[in-house]
Design a binder for this molecule. Structure first.
Ligand SMILES: NC(=O)c1ccc[n+]([C@@H]2O[C@H](COP(=O)([O-])OP(=O)(O)OC[C@H]3O[C@@H](n4cnc5c(N)ncnc54)[C@H](OP(=O)(O)O)[C@@H]3O)[C@@H](O)[C@H]2O)c1
Length: 416
């Protein structure tokens, strides 16, 4: 059956989890039940799904009895294929993806079903691309990883800035820098489980360290080198921002996605494009000390957590799967990112863009971004064919428009 004739537009896989529930809450609030978007909640436990559905209905003051519930299990490939065959798009929050996600990618690639997720596990995304790209290309399935805070603001922010550079100056910026000006949020048990799982994988297979340290790890095989280097832990003086910058822990994912976008977009940002991300810590000795602290903190935590027994011991005190920041914390959260695009010949023509979000980055904003990415794949008919895409290369302007109109994000050029 043609994917456009399927029963559902979007299935939310993992709707009982911390983030999946927020995705379902958003879809219910925005699109309702029985309206223009045909969507369903799915998970492994029908009673838990029914309880979540009832909670969401009560909180929203909506009748949710007609909202379909579907079940399956990530360990049962037949159930994943049955799910994928029913819908145009699966959006999944069942993670750690490296533990529970591979079968669903395989099923979607096989059945020509579009797919989006919140994966930040670069080594797993690399494995999925290598294993299923040919199948997805043949079936027409558009597979899009990293549709949350990792890496939509980075990816679409860079796309937005480069489009403006081209429109105004006829050339892309040679070097784009993302600087985190401010953000507020917390981490969920599921995110922590994914990070711990990644360290487990590295312990079992040290070659994964090489993938994680490769700035071009997600690029096609013939484009796996370039001018960028892996992120440094040491503070750097950034004259464009008149201060010090320090390690941004998400840069190891986002930069790989943005560099892949450039290749998939046909070098829209230039063949020698450079991209990096860091946190702005301010000027003077205090700015330096903060940047030093970020690098030392990240390096120290990673070194400590790399030791298996310490990692397993400390993980008992961290949030468990299903737990995460409260509603009040999510609503008080936000993010504010600045992009600097350097004109190749004339610094006076360099351009600044800003991307902001109105909820905590990891969950409040992420759930809206993932939901709108899924609706965009289902409803906006992106021109891309099957294969493994990035948010910018698959959905570009259509998704920016959705995020601005519906999901509380802003994309602006500074000074306007
Ligand atoms: N990139 C980003 O910006 C970003 C932001 C937030 C989260 N994330 C990622 O999103 C993922 C989910 O995070 P979370 O905090 O929402 O996790 P969570 O609360 O632990 O939810 C995990 C979900 O997976 C389901 N699940 C577990 N094992 C399963 C199986 N065998 N078959 C089917 N379903 C299964 C759970 O079902 P039950 O309810 O039945 O246990 C639950 O619905 C993590 O990988 C996290 O790293 C990424």
């Amino acid at each position: 059956m043609d994917a456009s004739e399927r029963e559902f537009d979007v299935i939310v896989w993992g709707a009982t989890g911390f983030t999946g529930r927020l995705v379902a809450e958003y879809l219910l609030g925005r699109y309702g039940v029985g309206g223009e978007l045909r969507w369903a909640m799915a998970g492994r436990n029908s009673e838990k799904l029914a309880a979540v559905r009832a909670d969401l209905g009560r909180d929203a003051g909506k009748d949710v009895d007609a909202l379909p519930i579907l079940t399956g299990d990530s360990a049962d490939q037949g159930s994943l294929e049955a799910l994928a065959a029913k819908t145009r798009v699966v959006c999944t929050t069942v993670g750690p993806y490296a533990t529970y996600g591979s079968g669903l990618v395989e099923a979607c690639a096989k059945l020509g079903t579009d797919y989006c997720d919140l994966a930040g596990e670069v080594q797993w995304m690399r494995r999925m691309i290598d294993a299923h790209e040919a199948t997805a290309t043949a079936s027409g399935a558009r597979i899009v990883h990293a549709c949350g805070f990792d890496s939509i603001p980075s990816d679409l922010g860079t796309f937005f800035l480069q489009r403006e550079m081209r429109a105004r100056h006829g050339t892309p910026a040679r070097h784009v820098k993302l600087r985190v000006k401010a953000s507020q949020g917390g981490a969920s048990g599921g995110t922590i489980a994914s990070m711990l799982h990644m360290l487990d994988e590295v312990e079992k297979d040290p070659s994964i360290r090489g993938i994680l340290a490769d700035p071009y790890a997600l690029n096609p095989a013939d484009r796996r080198s370039g001018p960028d280097r892996n992120e440094a832990l040491a503070p750097t003086k950034d004259d464009d921002f008149d201060g010090w910058v320090g390690m941004f822990v998400m840069a190891g994912i986002n930069t790989r996605v943005v560099r892949r976008s450039n290749v998939l977009l046909g070098d829209l940002y230039g063949a020698d494009f450079r991209y990096d991300e860091a946190i702005l810590t301010g000027g003077g000795p205090l700015g330096y000390a903060k940047a030093l602290g970020l690098g030392a903190g990240t390096g120290g935590v990673m070194a400590l957590m790399s030791v298996g027994p310490i990692r397993r011991g400390l993980s008992r005190f961290l949030p468990k799967p299903g737990e995460g920041p409260s509603k009040a914390q999510r609503e008080a959260g936000f993010f504010d990112l600045e992009f600097h695009g350097e004109h190749p010949d004339d610094r006076g023509k360099s351009l600044r863009a800003r991307v902001t979000g109105d909820r905590d980055p990891g969950y409040g904003s992420t759930s809206k971004m993932l939901a709108e990415a899924a609706v965009c794949l289902a409803k906006d008919e992106p021109a891309t064919g099957g294969g493994f895409w990035t948010p910018a290369s698959a959905m570009s302007d259509a998704l920016i428009t959705r995020l601005v109109e519906r999901a509380g994000l802003t994309f602006t050029i500074e000074g306007e």
